[in-house]
Ligand binder design. Structure first.
Ligand code: HEC
Ligand code: HEC
Ligand code: HEC
Ligand code: HEC
Ligand code: HEC
Ligand code: HEC
Length: 283
């Protein structure tokens, strides 16, 4: 028994030493990335070199001089980094490349790349509650951009920036935060890789496809148009003028007007009182 246990411990020690050796050559100089990586789903299955290339074989304590050479890629561009992931996730990548985000990314816009939604060194499985793509977190992941006026202001991208706010008003969101399972979040209606504008006939939110999108198994099976038109999802639309919410502008305008009127009335009263005094002095 004792022998078996000691062999087990020995085996585990060797095994973990081997796993760690995979990123030890990078650890010396990049501890932050390695620590993040150790908590991610890729750890124990992949190494730094799987994405970045380079030579991570260490002999004894000596790091290879090629650690950041050979086929090494340092910081990839948002377009380039897709190739990092394509090697091992060909299906996700080809679905993603059908969508609007990839199209706009190629045109040089700051649309979502793989790492914008999944993270980089800290990627987790979507069923992990800490993952950026977990059902309760994913609205916030999309909102990083779709609720961000600087990134998305109407003048630049021409799409509204209140998709999360309007979603928050919906039944779905209230059910989601009260802990209900299987309730619709952004990717349930929009797809998650093959996301398209509503005007695209292949979009999950194109009016023609709404019956099948809302009618997914476990959602509103047998949904018909009457049911769907009963409730719009993103009902209200904000209007932005130079990235300031128009509603807020109107409020500011009224506050300034009221203050101005108050000051004006006070001024008149003050003038009235002082002029009265003067009239009395003359008599
Ligand atoms: C001997 C120290 C050392 C080792 C070992 C090392 N790096 Fe580096 N690395 C550096 C330095 C120095 C820089 C440059 C930092 C800078 O420019 O800000 C760098 C930069 C990088 C960059 C950013 C490149 C860029 O264009 O900004 C990446 C990615 C990187 N290293 C990955 C790795 C990986 C992966 C490994 C292991 C295979 C590794 N490094 C091993 C020292 C090291
Ligand atoms: C799943 C692919 C993947 C793996 C595995 C990976 N990286 Fe990266 N790494 C990236 C991408 C993509 C970027 C560019 C991030 C960006 O531009 O925002 C990056 C950027 C970096 C940078 C530049 C600074 C930064 O954080 O943006 C360093 C340093 C780095 N990685 C080191 C490492 C080390 C060390 C490991 C192993 C522990 C590792 N990477 C494993 C994909 C990966
Ligand atoms: C707009 C955000 C977004 C972008 C961009 C994105 N993903 Fe995803 N991805 C998701 C979401 C959300 C899920 C989880 C869907 C679910 O399980 O409900 C997911 C799931 C996955 C999965 C799990 C397998 C699956 O298909 O369910 C993999 C692997 C993956 N993505 C890889 C990638 C790669 C590689 C890229 C880039 C080529 C990418 N993702 C780009 C949001 C995104
Ligand atoms: C060398 C191969 C390799 C590369 C490169 C790679 N992955 Fe992975 N990825 C894997 C493996 C293996 C898993 C674990 C699958 C499992 O355990 O079910 C995984 C898991 C994932 C998951 C979790 C899937 C789930 O179950 O929800 C996501 C998301 C993911 N990878 C995204 C990416 C992204 C984004 C990149 C590029 C930045 C990338 N991967 C690069 C091999 C790779
Ligand atoms: C890194 C920023 C970013 C993230 C994260 C992001 N998007 Fe986008 N999204 C964009 C940009 C930029 C466009 C392109 C806008 C344009 O020029 O048409 C876009 C376009 C879209 C469109 C099409 C709108 C149109 O009319 O063109 C939909 C739908 C969409 N995104 C949904 C989502 C969903 C759902 C998520 C989360 C799973 C998400 N996005 C995450 C930046 C992002
Ligand atoms: C219950 C389904 C549903 C949910 C959940 C949902 N949407 Fe939508 N979304 C739609 C429909 C339907 C449309 C098209 C009609 C419209 O513009 O109101 C749309 C339109 C959009 C558009 C504009 C597309 C275009 O072509 O103009 C964006 C961007 C968007 N949604 C992002 C999001 C984000 C981000 C979330 C999560 C915070 C989200 N949606 C949640 C159904 C949904």
């Amino acid at each position: 028994m004792t022998i078996l246990v000691s062999i087990g411990v020995l085996f585990l020690t060797v095994a973990s030493a081997q796993d760690k050796s995979a990123d030890e050559s990078c650890f010396h100089c990049h501890p932050a990335q390695v620590t993040e990586f150790q908590g991610s789903i890729h750890y124990n299955k992949n190494t730094c070199a799987d994405c970045h290339g380079g030579d991570i074989n260490i002999s004894g304590d000596v790091i290879s001089i090629n650690v950041m050479h050979l086929n090494f890629t340092g910081k990839p561009s948002p377009v380039q980094l897709t190739d990092f992931c394509a090697k091992c996730h060909p299906n996700s990548t080809s679905a993603y490349k059908e969508g609007i985000h990839w199209q706009k990314l190629k045109e040089g816009r700051l649309a979502a790349s793989c790492t914008d939604c999944h993270g980089t060194h800290n990627i987790l499985a979507s069923n992990n509650p800490n993952s950026s793509t977990y059902s309760t977190n994913v609205p916030y992941t999309c909102a990083k951009c779709h609720e961000n006026q600087t990134k998305m202001q109407a003048l630049y991208y021409g799409i509204s920036t209140d998709r999360f706010d309007t979603y928050k008003n919906s039944y779905h969101y209230r059910a989601l935060i009260s802990g209900e399972k299987g309730v619709a979040t952004c990717p349930d209606c929009h797809e998650y890789h093959d996301i398209r504008p509503a005007s695209d006939p292949k979009s999950a939110v194109n009016p023609a496809n709404l019956p099948s999108t809302c009618g997914k198994k476990g959602c509103h099976e047998g949904a018909n148009n009457v049911y769907i038109s009963g409730g719009k999802i993103h009902e209200t639309q904000s209007v932005y003028l130079l990235s300031i919410d128009a509603k807020r502008l109107v409020t500011y305008f009224y506050i300034i007007m009221i203050l101005f009127e108050l000051a004006f009335t006070m001024g008149l009263i003050f003038l009235g009182i002082t002029s009265n005094f003067e009239i009395r002095r003359r008599h």
